[in-house]
Design a protein around this ligand. Structure first.
Ligand code: HEC
Ligand code: HEC
Length: 428
C-alpha cells in the first residue's frame, strides 16, 4: 500500500485540527506537542479544555459509573501505557492478557488499544473506490463498528465485559449522584437527568470532546518527533531501524504504519487507519472455544458491512484496523488478541511468519497447528501474503534477521511520548 494514498488531504487535516482546537490554546494542539516532558498523571486535570471536555475528563476517570463501582474508562486506557490496557488491574489471574469487566469475571477477547491520536481518525469508508475495490479505512474499535468517538463512548457503559450497567437509566442515575452532577446540569440543563437518553448522548459527547481536545491524547512529544523537528539525533541502531521500517524490501512497515511528515506538514501517526489481515495466531488464553473465531471487520454488525454482497463481505474477514505504533513501547500485549507480549516477538512474527510458521501457530496444547489458525479455513486466503515482509516462504531468508529485528524494535522505542532527553523505558 502506498502510504501517500492514505494521508488525509490538507484541508481535512486542518479541519480536524481546527475542530479539535476549538476553545483550546492553539499551541497546545495538533503537531505542536505543546505539553513538554514528564509522565502524565491520570489524576491531574488538563488545562484549557472546553466545559464539555472538562466534564468528559471527570466521566472518563469516574469508577462510580460502573456496575460495581470499580471501573472507569481510565481503568483500561491508562495514561502510563499510552492510554492502552494495563493488563489485569483487578482479579487474581495475571495470565490472561485482557481486562475483565466491572463484574470481575467477564473477559473480552480483544485488547484495550491505545486511544491516543484518534482525533485524526474518521468514520469508516472504502477509500478510493467501491466496497469491492476500495481500501477499508477509518471507524473506531478494532473492527470499525463505531462511527465516531461519541458513538464508541456509549458502548463500554453497557458492555458486560466492561462497565456492565444494565441499561442507560442505571448509568444516568449514577451520574446524577456524581460529585460533578451540578456541573453537568449547569452545562446541559437543570432537567437533563429527567431524560436519560438525552443525558447519555451528552455523556458520550463530553467524552468525545475530552478525547479530541486534551493534549494528553496527541502530544507528538516522542524522541522521533524531536528528531523530525531537528532537535535531536537518533542512535545508529535507531536510524538503521527507521530505514528497515521504511524499506519496501525489508520491513515495509511504513506501507501501513506511515512514518514520514505529510505533504501538509502533519506529523506521522504510524497508522493509515486502514485494515489488514495479518493472520495473527490464535491466543488460546482469550479464545478458549475452538468453534469460535473473531472475524473482525466482516462481522462488525454495521449496516455498511451487512449491506455488502456475500463475496465482498467475506473478503473482509480476518481484517483488523491498523493501530498507531506511537507509544507501542508502553504496551503489555500486542495485536487485537494480545497474542504477543513484547515488541521483539511482534517483529519476529512479521519477519518469520512465512519462513517458520510452526513456532507461532500452536494448538491449545502448545503443539504446531495449521497456519492462520485464528481464522476458519474459508477465510485463510484473506491473509496478506503478497506484500513485504510476508512475501516469502520456507527456505527463503527472512525480510529481517535478528540484528535487524533488534534495530526495528529500538526504533519503535523512540515513539513513546514524553521524551525529554534521556531514553524512556520500553517493552522490548
Ligand atoms: C474493561 C476494559 C475497558 C473499559 C472499562 C473501557 N474500554 Fe475502551 N476499549 C477496550 C477494549 C478491549 C477495546 C477494543 C474493543 C473492540 O475493538 O471491540 C476498546 C476500544 C476503545 C476505543 C476505540 C479505539 C480505536 O482504535 O478505535 C475507544 C475510543 C475507547 N475504547 C474509549 C473508551 C471510553 C471512553 C471508555 C469509558 C466510557 C472505555 N473505553 C472503557 C477496553 C475498555
Ligand atoms: C499490510 C499492512 C501492515 C504492514 C506492512 C505492517 N503492519 Fe503492523 N499492523 C497492521 C495491522 C492490521 C495490525 C493489527 C493486526 C491485528 O491486531 O490483527 C498491526 C499491528 C502492529 C503492532 C501491534 C500494535 C498494537 O497496539 O497492538 C505492531 C507493534 C506492528 N504492527 C508493527 C509493525 C512493524 C514493525 C512492521 C514492519 C516489520 C509492520 N507492523 C508492518 C498492519 C501492518
Amino acid at each position: 500500500m502506498n502510504p501517500a494514498l492514505f494521508r488525509p488531504p490538507l484541508g481535512a487535516t486542518l479541519r480536524m485540527i481546527l475542530v479539535a482546537c476549538t476553545s483550546l490554546v492553539v499551541s497546545a494542539c495538533g503537531g505542536g506537542g505543546g505539553a513538554s516532558s514528564g509522565s502524565s498523571s491520570s489524576t491531574t486535570q488538563s488545562v484549557g479544555l472546553s466545559a464539555a471536555a472538562a466534564l468528559g475528563e471527570k466521566i472518563f476517570k469516574d469508577t462510580s459509573l460502573s456496575l460495581n463501582g470499580n471501573q472507569a474508562c481510565a481503568s483500561c486506557h491508562v495514561a502510563e501505557r499510552g492510554h492502552a490496557g494495563p493488563l489485569q488491574f483487578v482479579g487474581p489471574n495475571t495470565d490472561i492478557p485482557t481486562e475483565p469487566g466491572s463484574d470481575g469475571v467477564s473477559v473480552g477477547g480483544r485488547m484495550s488499544p491505545s486511544i491516543r491520536y484518534l482525533v485524526f481518525n474518521k468514520p469508516f469508508r472504502f477509500e478510493d473506490g467501491t466496497a469491492a475495490t476500495g481500501t477499508p479505512t477509518g471507524g473506531f474499535f478494532w473492527d470499525g463498528r463505531a462511527a465516531s468517538l461519541s458513538d464508541q463512548g456509549k458502548a463500554p457503559f453497557l458492555n458486560p465485559k466492561e462497565m456492565a450497567n444494565a441499561d442507560v437509566a442505571t448509568v444516568i442515575t449514577k451520574l446524577a449522584a456524581a460529585t460533578y452532577a451540578s456541573e453537568f446540569k449547569a452545562l446541559y440543563g437543570q432537567a437533563i437527568f429527567d431524560n436519560p437518553d438525552a443525558a447519555f448522548e451528552r455523556v458520550a459527547l463530553a467524552l468525545q470532546a475530552f478525547e479530541k481536545e486534551s493534549p494528553e491524547f496527541a502530544r507528538f512529544s516522542s524522541k522521533y518527533d524531536a528528531f523530525l523537528r531537528g532537535q535531536t539525533g537518533l542512535s545508529g541502531s535507531e536510524l538503521r531501524g527507521l530505514a528497515l521500517f521504511n524499506s519496501s524490501i525489508k520491513g515495509n512497515c511504513a506501507a501501513c504504519h506511515p512514518s514520514a511528515i505529510g505533504k501538509d506538514g502533519s506529523f506521522p501517526l504510524f497508522t493509515d487507519f486502514s485494515y489488514d489481515a495479518l493472520g495473527v495466531p490464535r491466543n488460546w488464553k482469550v479464545a478458549t472455544d475452538p468453534t469460535q473465531f473473531d472475524l473482525g471487520l466482516c462481522d462488525n454488525g454495521t449496516d455498511a458491512i451487512n449491506a455488502l454482497d456475500a463475496s465482498t463481505k467475506a473478503a473482509l474477514c480476518g481484517k483488523f484496523k491498523v493501530p498507531s505504533l506511537r507509544n507501542a513501547g508502553l504496551r503489555k500485549a500486542f495485536f487485537h488478541n494480545g497474542r504477543f507480549t513484547s515488541l521483539t516477538d511482534v517483529v519476529t512474527f512479521y519477519a518469520q511468519r512465512d519462513i517458520d510458521p510452526d513456532q507461532f501457530y500452536l494448538d491449545a496444547n502448545g503443539q504446531p497447528d495449521v497456519k492462520f489458525n485464528d481464522l476458519p479455513l474459508a477465510y485463510r486466503g484473506n491473509v496478506n501474503t503478497t506484500e513485504g515482509p510476508y512475501n516469502r516462504g520456507p527456505g527463503d531468508s527472512p525480510a529481517l534477521n535478528a540484528a535487524e529485528i533488534a534495530d526495528v524494535v529500538n526504533f519503535l522505542c523512540t515513539l513513546t511520548d514524553g521524551w525529554s532527553g534521556s531514553d524512556l523505558a520500553c517493552q522490548r
